[in-house]
Write a protein that binds this ligand. Structure first.
Ligand code: UD1
Ligand code: UDP
Length: 399
């Protein structure tokens, strides 16, 4: 963390004089799950701080209509103020393009604060661009660790948490992980799960979805699946996983909205004929949550879906060897079934064996963004006072 004196020196320097804070807040998003986590915080801060410019910056890491625009619309987010068109590419190129373009936006907007969410490449680029300009970063869903550095997200999480001024956690393990890595306790705030806030906020519209009728599905009588982690999609596992899903669909219909990363590769996987394996384009948030809520089970490698199924009390079988969300196993409905594709065929017998019980984790109550906003609004108020008293200081210098 920069010291108060080092920040003051920088603020007086030539280079820094062009980046005096304007008072606005930048909300940085880029990929589908970011939107679900960031939306309630955007809404809460807009309501609490009507005089403050809330700036939505979308890197364009996800760009297909059904991966982005549908979410902006359904979650009530405005058109992004800055759409950076970063697109796809190898990690370095994608993160690098995002870093450069976000920095340009930060010079233009001069925000007091940048809010980032989750663990995607856009999250790292946003946090890094802001931290280098000494603009404080607030990290939603901080502290998650899979302890598996072969996952690109794990690198992003560790780095973002190290350079964030506020680490907002949603589970006790996340707070412990941060403390173990030497993050100062006063930077860590347990606020709960903003992804679940979105579910709360849109519950009526989710329940009103007619997606089951449109797809000819009976509630409670199908398996919902999603897959997009490179460990499955980018290697030899995809074909046998797809074959197991096809075989499972002979017992229970399988609905599979296919992530674009998976789409092209699945075409090469030569699926056996399976009339009840329904491959769809990615589904919008409201329809997807309706499918999740009434599924007999979910088979996934998604992070967010492990949490939503715990909240919804729907059995979740996670095709991974680890999870950064252990609370979904300890308290929720999640079971790691590893990477052996044959285990997918055990889903019906696992379902029959024992009823799944779940407790809702503390703070997964629809009020996480409100608690998060309490912290930020208080800090911004203190920062404004200190600016009046002794020139311009970003709140990071106070912390
Ligand atoms: C990214 C995140 C991952 C997150 C996931 C959520 C990183 C490192 N990974 O993975 O943590 O779980 O988003 O969905 O940030 N593509 C399209 N259209 C789109 C978006 C992507 O066709 O709108 C295709 C492109 O071929 C692209 C591939 O999907 O190369 C992967 O996209 P990318 O954003 O790089 O990674 P994800 O697998 O989506
Ligand atoms: N989701 C969706 N439609 C889909 C697949 C997922 O609306 O076809 C939602 C899901 O309910 C959750 C978020 O997208 O809210 C999770 O995104 P994803 O699985 O892509 O990313 P992860 O959570 O693994 O990072």
């Amino acid at each position: 963390m920069p010291t108060r004196d080092s920040v003051r020196r920088l603020l007086r320097s030539e280079r820094w004089s062009s980046v005096r804070p304007s008072g606005g807040i930048v909300h940085l998003v880029g990929a589908r799950p970011n939107l679900v986590k960031a939306a309630p915080v955007f809404h809460e801060l807009r309501e609490r701080l009507p005089g403050t410019r809330q700036v939505l910056v979308h890197t364009g890491q996800h760009y297909d209509r059904e991966m982005s625009e549908v979410f902006l619309e359904e979650l009530g987010l405005p058109e992004p103020d800055h759409a950076l068109g970063v697109g796809s590419g190898p990690h370095g190129a994608q993160t690098g393009r995002a870093l450069e373009r976000i920095e340009a936006v930060l010079f233009e907007e001069r925000p007091n604060l940048v809010v980032v969410a989750g663990d995607v490449n856009s999250t790292l680029a946003g946090a890094l661009a802001a931290a280098k300009l000494l603009i404080p970063v607030a990290h939603i869903e901080s502290g998650l660790r899979s302890f598996d550095r072969t996952m690109p997200e794990e690198i992003n999480r560790i780095l973002v948490d190290q350079i964030s001024a506020w680490c907002f956690t949603h589970s006790p393990e996340a707070t412990e992980n941060l403390l173990r890595e030497g993050v100062a306790g006063e930077r860590i705030f347990f606020v709960g799960n903003t992804m679940i806030d979105t579910l709360f906020r849109l519950r009526k519209r989710i329940d009103a979805s007619d997606v089951h009728e449109r797809l000819g599905l009976t509630r409670g009588r199908y398996v919902l699946t999603t897959l997009h982690r490179p460990r499955i999609t980018d290697g030899p596992l995809l074909a046998p996983v797809a074959a197991s899903l096809a075989e499972l669909s002979r017992q229970l219909p399988v609905v599979f909205p296919v992530h674009p990363r998976t789409r092209a590769r699945l075409a090469d996987a030569a699926l056996p004929p399976a009339p009840d394996l329904h491959l769809l384009d990615p589904v919008g948030y409201l329809d997807f949550l309706a499918l999740e809520a009434s599924a007999a089970a979910v088979v996934t490698d998604s992070g967010g879906v492990q949490e939503e199924t715990t909240y919804l009390g729907v059995p979740c079988f996670t095709l991974r060897e680890n999870t950064e969300r252990p609370i979904t196993i300890q308290r929720g409905t999640n079971m790691l079934i590893g990477l052996d594709p044959r285990r997918i065929l055990e889903v019906p017998s696992l379902l029959a064996r024992a009823p799944v019980t779940a407790e809702t984790p503390e703070g997964w109550d629809g009020r996480a963004a409100a608690r998060l906003a309490d912290v930020l609004v208080g800090a911004l108020g203190r920062e404004a006072e200190s600016r009046e008293a002794d020139g311009r200081l970003f709140s990071v210098a106070e912390r």
